[in-house]
Design a binder for this molecule. Structure first.
Ligand code: MN
Length: 572
């Protein structure tokens, strides 16, 4: 139920029989000929479903063509070059982007989820790539029942954690909710059964109530000459209801927006006028009026929400917004692109955005600000590049895990980011399958494999090129520890040993007498050097102690040995 009507794939084809969409349709259908999906349907049905979605979102013909062709390179003998030859750079670029994203895997590491979302956005480069990917995922979720159960869970989880939030961040609330609802039963089968059993009747009853309430609102607004574009009702989605129930002790009586009434009016002024008129007849619940027009949600959502005591004194949520707000709420960034494409500058009203959490959502803000810089829609579409990762690079482990690093980071930074032990034992790195120097700069999208060796210690020279503070810190810590373990390193820093020099009239058994006294003093002998001089034999004895008292006591004892003439010591 959209306010705006967009073309279907067939309408694109009817409009231009030799256009991009018509040719992509034939090319993809032929390429996938004979292939079947897991549910037994022809494979091409999937490509067509993805294309219908992007067409429904109002995207341009290059995107619709790319959606038709999105699995051609990955799953048929057709190559990217052939796509380029037949459909040009733009379509080939979009197809290539979708293929690349398809290779990223989500492995359920909570801390890495945000990185992965960013990475998918980065890989997309062009917003239209992510939109095709979302259309692809939507149809895959609709046919997930046919897939192996183990794979079902992984794909559902990936949808819930990565793609639904991504759609939400792009303002595509309808798609986001749809993806969540499709994933929910695979991830929480018990909870889903509970919801169906406990909520279904309530939904139906509320829906009937909304049908009775709607004409009353319509009549009132008309009487007060507020132009009503459309009025309908929307049932709250299961996943969103479940999340809310968790906050309300599973008490369904507390949920007033199970079925909300959506009122679409002409202008922003009409929104506030309608709110006032409705409140006169059906009093609002204090504290439940939300003005998302003055203060949009972080994802750009704008609307007025109120909960009123409706007929029969039943609490009901009413949402009031303009047609454009409605399209943007449903289709988000896609609606934005569509408005751009219609070149209808009046339709494009600059958003008043107020971001609740500027830090975590700053990339959306950047995205939106950057959109505003384009007045020419052609120019805007052509330069739909995401460049807000200027200061960060996102590299991948061979398993597809995303590692977030500052620009200029090296394989050593990457290694320490994975684990301090990987960093310490790092001896080399393969970047995209090729051995690269440890000080080479990584780029976003690089697949980095760290080569390690047991008992390896980090090199001090790494400190000259590492970019992350954590790598620097850990290299220093490992170097300090290394010094304590390696005796050869001790000599250089502070004295660790004592050399005792003894001049004596040499005789048989003299060295034995000397060493017996030293060991009785509990001092270890590391080495003995002896050689004749002019008058006496000279013994240089290296001892493992630097305790001055201990050494001097020892010296007194050594002096008493028969035939010892002179004795001295020094720390080394
Ligand atoms: Mn696909």
């Amino acid at each position: 139920m959209t306010v705006k009507d967009f073309m279907t794939v067939q309408q694109f084809i009817n409009k231009d029989k030799y256009g991009l969409v018509a040719r992509a349709y034939e090319f993809a259908k032929k390429a996938h000929q004979g292939q079947k999906r897991k549910n037994g349907e022809p494979y091409f049905n999937h490509s067509l479903a993805a294309a219908e979605s992007v067409a429904e979102w109002g995207l341009d013909e290059a995107t619709v063509a790319a959606a038709l062709l999105h699995d051609v390179v990955e799953d048929t003998p057709r190559t990217l070059d052939e796509v380029k030859q037949n459909f040009g750079e733009e379509v080939a670029f979009l197809v290539d982007g979708v293929t690349k994203i398809g290779k990223v895997r989500y492995r359920g590491v909570e801390a890495k989820v945000e990185n992965l979302r960013k990475f998918i956005l980065y890989l997309s480069q062009d917003i239209r790539v992510i939109l095709v990917k979302l259309a692809d995922r939507l149809h895959n979720m609709k046919t997930l029942y046919a897939v192996h159960p183990q794979k079902q869970k992984r794909i559902a989880l990936e949808t819930m954690e990565i793609y639904a939030p991504l759609a939400y961040r792009l303002g595509m609330q309808k798609l986001s909710g749809e993806l969540e609802d499709l994933a929910f039963p695979y991830i929480y089968p018990e909870e889903h059964k509970w919801l169906i059993a406990n909520v279904k009747e309530r939904y139906e009853e509320r829906e009937k109530y909304a049908q009775r309430f709607k004409p009353l609102i319509e009549e009132t607004l008309n009487k007060n000459s507020v132009n009503l574009t459309k009025i309908d009702s929307r049932a709250k989605r299961y996943t969103s209801l479940y999340k809310k129930l968790l906050r309300y002790d599973m008490n369904i009586e507390q949920i007033h927006d199970l079925v909300a009434i959506r009122t679409i009016v002409n202008t922003v002024e009409d929104c506030y006028a309608a709110l006032g008129i409705i409140h006169k007849l059906w009093p609002p619940v204090p504290g439940r009026i939300k003005d998302y027009i003055a203060l949009p949600k972080p994802n750009g959502y704008r609307s007025l929400h109120t909960v009123v005591f409706g007929p029969e004194k039943k609490l009901t949520e009413i949402q009031i917004r303009t047609a454009q707000m409605h399209d943007e709420a449903e289709y988000g960034i896609a609606a934005h692109l569509a408005y751009q494409q219609t070149k209808d500058s009046k339709a494009y009203i600059e958003r008043r955005t107020s971001f609740a959490d500027a830090k975590t959502l700053s990339w959306i803000q950047q995205l939106r600000n950057w959109q505003k810089d384009f007045s020419d829609p052609e120019d805007f579409l052509r330069s739909l590049k995401i460049d807000f990762f200027k200061d960060r690079i996102l590299a991948l482990t061979p398993k597809g895990e995303v590692i977030d690093l500052p620009a200029g980071a090296t394989p050593v930074d990457f290694a320490y980011q994975i684990h301090s032990e990987i960093g310490n034992k790092c001896v080399g790195a393969k970047v995209n399958g090729k051995i690269m120097p440890l000080n080479s700069e990584l780029k976003s999208g690089d697949v980095v494999e760290i080569l390690i060796q047991k008992n390896k210690k980090p090199s001090g020279s790494w400190l000259d090129f590492v970019k992350t503070g954590s790598a620097r810190h850990q290299i220093k810590a490992a170097l300090r520890q290394g010094k304590n373990e390696n005796p050869a390193l001790r000599v250089k820093s502070s004295p660790q040993k004592t050399e005792i020099k003894i001049a004596a009239n040499d005789r048989i058994g003299l060295l034995k007498d000397i060493s017996a006294i030293i060991s009785r003093s509990h001092i270890n002998i590391i080495g003995v050097n002896s050689g004749p001089s002019a008058k006496f034999a000279i013994f240089k004895i290296l001892c493992e102690s630097t305790d001055k008292n201990k050494i001097e006591k020892l010296l007194l004892k050594l002096k008493k040995i028969k035939d010892v003439k002179e004795i001295s010591y020094r720390l080394v």
